[in-house]
Structures are given as structure tokens and as C-alpha cells.
Design a protein around this ligand. Structure first.
Ligand SMILES: [Fe+2]
Length: 451
């Protein structure tokens, strides 16, 4: 019986389909472009159940309207050949059915079972983490990684998955150990590099983080656009803190924006970086325009909360009418959805969207009002701490622009616990202390920078 590269049994596959399956598994785990090879492999071997399931997954990863239609074509093929599928494949087929139907808790329940029964199926463990990440469920991310560790103690991707799970659970020392273990097994493990960037960001190791990601960037070849742009995004965050604006613009113009401009993750990465650049006092010129041009099709996109709220901000910063259309779509979904995530849309996304829209339009007291409702529960929209910090920054910026000096001072001093000498942070703090009539503290803040 055929097996994939990790030793998991496959019911039937031509040599070409097996190659496509292995490309998917290794490409998915390593964030490499070769994962997409499974699409052609599935087309060439329509009777191969697993290749067609993975092709269906690939379409769903697009996180876009219409993806279900394309994925359904591969689902139909996989169903047609399912009589010969083994147990693992049958469960993955059920996952694809539920994913297309929007039943994410159902997908996760089956995924848990797959990982329990087939702990060397690391693509299934990775898929489980993907959904947990999108729901802000850090405990689940860590739990699934720990579950597959005993069966794969020397697999670098398992340690990368563990590292990010620990980081999101604030177990920073364990996160660093796991990331370093992954990198000792495979120097080019972009998810472990990424986890280490999170560790350094959370501990104020800003200069070290910029240097580490600079070295790591030499290995960022053949990565998919999410991993490539996201690791450059992380590198740019360190440069923002350092006050090295030229390096930030370089990261944005040459790496973060321009890979796959129609892809969800590239778009929110660009929105998120441009917003932070503006909050840090940089003039981003007409850069919102190109991002908004590529987000026109997002005007009714309420597929994932974390994406929608950032599409909205980008469309609004470019003063596009689509921002109003999207806000209306969010209101409708928040008030009428009966899906598993209805409370997130109602309680968090709706005020969050109203808040970022108000900020984008210069209505700062409105932004304060709504983001103060959304932000305490913002983890529920998914994404990482570092990504969701955007909403903390927008709220802080709204307080600053609304002249709420006492609150802004508190927020800025709290942010110094993980970015003590950040240049834009301390520039804002100096301004606040001036407004509060404390010139000595203002001078101290203005002088701070990373050595
Ligand atoms: Fe990240």
C-alpha cells in the first residue's frame, strides 16, 4: 500500500498523484509554494481520493468568495472514489464536506479524531492549528501540537507548531526552546523563525529581533506568499520600534506588498503594516490606493472576522465607497447570523468595525467608544497577539488624537513593558507628558531609543 512521505497510508494513487500529495503535505507544513502542485496532480488523477481532498482544501485556504464552488468540484470527485478510501481519507473527506458547509466546529471535531488515531498525519495537526488560530483558540493550538510530539520527536515542523502554541499561551521560555529545537533540526523552518520573532517582540528584544529576522530572511525562498510577507511584516515591526523608517518602507514596498495582491493574507498584512506606519507618524503617501484597488471584491466579504475588520479599515483609509457596503454587510451578519460564530460577529466584530471605521474617518471619540467595547474580547476574532495589537494601537491613537492625555499616558507606559525604548512610542509619550505639564518626563521619553 502506498504511503506519503510521513508514512501515512494512502488507499490508491498514481506516481504523479503521490508526488502531488507529498508536495501538499511538505509544502503545507513548510509554507512552500509546492503545496499547490496537488491541484494539477488531482486534475491528472481524478480517481485519487486524497489528492482531490487536498485540492479541495487548497481552494478553501484561499479564504475568498467562490472558493467553495471550486472546492466542491474536487469534493465531488473525492466522493465518487470514496468507496476505496481508507479510514483516514474518509475522515478527511468528511472534513472537506463540513468545511465547505461552513461547519468549522465539525471540521475540528473530525480533525481531533484523525490526530488521535494517526498522530503522524502532521498535515491534519497543522490544519487543526489553522482553524484554532482563526478562532483565537491558543490553548487548542498548543494541545494539538503536544499531542503529536511523542510520535514525531525529531520532526522540525512539530517543534515549530509547539513553539507558536506556547508563544500564544504566553509560555515564552518554552516557546523559545521549542523554536530553537526546530531550527536545530532544520535551519529553514519559517514557522519556527516566525515563532522566535513573536518571542522577541513580546520581550522587547527589538534590535536582536531585527537582526535575527534579517539573517533568517536569507532562507525565505520558495515560501508561499503568506509566510514570505508575514515574516517580512514581523521584521518591519522591529524596524518601526527602532525608528528606522527607511527599513520599514523597504520591507513594505519590496516584500510585504506585491507578492499575491489578491490574496486575503497579503491584503491584511499590507493594511496592518500601513496602519502601524501611519500611527508611528510615517507618511505612507498613496499606498492605500493600490491595496484598496485589490480589495474591491471584499465589499461583502464576511468570511472571517479577522480579515473583514482589516479589509474595512483599508477600504476606509482609501475613502472607498466599498467601506460602507462592507460595514452594512457586517451589521447584517451580526444581527442575523445563526452560525457557530454569531456571538463573535455581534459582540466583537460589529463594535470593532464601527471603531476602526470611525478612526479611519477621523471620528476619534467614536473610535474610542466602540473599540473600548470590542478590544477586551478582540482575541475571539482570531489571529495572533502581535496581529491583534493593531486594534490596541488604533484605540491608543484615537485617545491621543482625541486629547485624552491621562488615558493615553497609561496606555503608553503599559506598552513600554514590551517595547521600552520604542521610538514612536516614546515620541508619543513625550508629547503626552508635555500636554500634562511634565517637561522632565517628556525629555526622558524623547531621549529613549534602542542602542
Ligand atoms: Fe505572526
Amino acid at each position: 500500500m502506498a504511503q506519503d512521505a510521513l508514512g501515512n497510508s494512502i488507499s490508491a494513487a498514481s506516481d504523479a498523484a503521490l508526488s502531488g500529495i507529498n508536495d501538499f503535505v511538505s509544502g503545507f507544513l513548510g509554507y512552500e509554494k509546492q503545496a499547490a502542485n496537488v491541484l494539477a496532480a488531482a486534475d491528472a488523477d481524478p480517481d485519487c481520493t486524497l489528492a482531490n481532498i487536498y485540492a479541495g482544501f487548497s481552494w478553501m485556504f484561499l479564504e475568498a468568495a467562490g472558493a467553495e464552488d471550486q472546492a466542491s468540484l474536487y469534493l465531488a470527485r473525492a466522493q465518487a472514489s470514496a468507496a476505496g478510501a481508507n479510514r483516514r481519507e474518509a475522515m478527511m473527506l468528511a472534513q472537506l464536506e463540513r468545511w465547505i458547509a461552513g461547519d468549522i466546529p465539525g471540521v475540528q471535531a473530525v480533525g481531533e479524531q484523525i490526530v488521535d488515531e494517526f498522530p503522524t498525519d502532521l498535515a491534519s495537526a497543522k490544519l487543526h492549528q489553522y482553524f484554532s488560530f482563526n478562532r483565537g483558540d491558543a490553548a487548542s493550538m498548543l494541545r494539538i501540537a503536544r499531542k503529536v510530539l511523542p510520535a514525531n520527536p525529531d520532526n522540525p515542523y512539530v517543534h515549530g507548531m509547539l513553539a507558536f502554541g506556547y508563544e500564544q499561551m504566553h509560555e515564552i521560555d518554552k516557546a523559545e526552546l521549542a523554536a530553537r529545537k526546530a531550527l536545530s533540526l532544520k535551519e529553514k523552518e519559517p514557522w519556527a523563525q516566525h515563532a522566535l520573532a513573536h518571542v522577541m517582540l513580546s520581550q522587547g528584544r527589538v534590535r536582536e529581533g531585527a537582526g535575527f529576522m534579517g539573517e533568517a530572511s536569507k532562507t525565505w525562498v520558495d515560501l508561499n506568499s503568506f509566510m514570505y510577507t508575514h515574516n517580512w511584516w514581523h521584521k518591519a515591526l522591529f524596524h518601526i520600534s527602532l525608528g528606522d523608517n527607511q527599513a520599514v518602507f523597504d520591507a513594505y514596498d519590496r516584500h510585504v506588498w506585491g507578492q499575491e495582491k489578491d490574496y486575503s493574507q497579503d491584503q491584511v498584512g499590507a493594511v496592518s503594516l500601513l496602519a502601524r506606519m501611519e500611527i508611528a507618524g510615517m507618511d505612507v503617501g498613496n499606498r492605500w490606493e493600490d491595496v484598496a484597488d485589490h480589495m474591491r471584491s471584499r465589499a461583502r466579504d464576511t468570511i472571517q472576522p479577522f480579515l473583514t475588520i482589516q479589509y474595512l479599515y483599508g477600504l476606509a483609509r482609501a475613502e472607498r465607497a466599498e467601506a460602507d457596503t462592507l460595514m452594512a454587510a457586517v451589521e447584517e451578519k451580526a444581527l442575523s447570523s445563526t452560525a457557530f460564530d454569531r456571538l463573535v460577529w455581534h459582540d466583537v466584530v460589529l463594535p470593532g468595525c464601527r471603531g476602526v471605521l470611525a478612526h479611519a474617518r477621523g471620528q476619534y471619540q467614536e473610535a474610542v467608544r466602540y473599540l473600548s467595547i470590542a478590544n477586551p474580547r478582540i482575541a475571539e476574532i482570531g489571529g495572533s497577539h502581535a496581529q491583534r495589537d493593531l486594534f490596541g494601537q488604533i484605540l491608543l491613537d484615537a485617545h491621543l488624537k482625541a486629547g485624552n492625555w491621562d488615558i493615553a499616558r497609561q496606555l503608553l507606559e503599559m506598552r513600554r513593558t514590551w517595547d521600552p525604548d520604542g521610538v514612536p512610542l516614546n515620541r508619543a509619550l513625550a508629547m503626552v507628558y508635555q500636554k500634562l505639564g511634565k517637561p522632565e518626563e517628556a525629555a526622558q521619553a524623547a531621549a529613549r531609543h534602542y542602542d
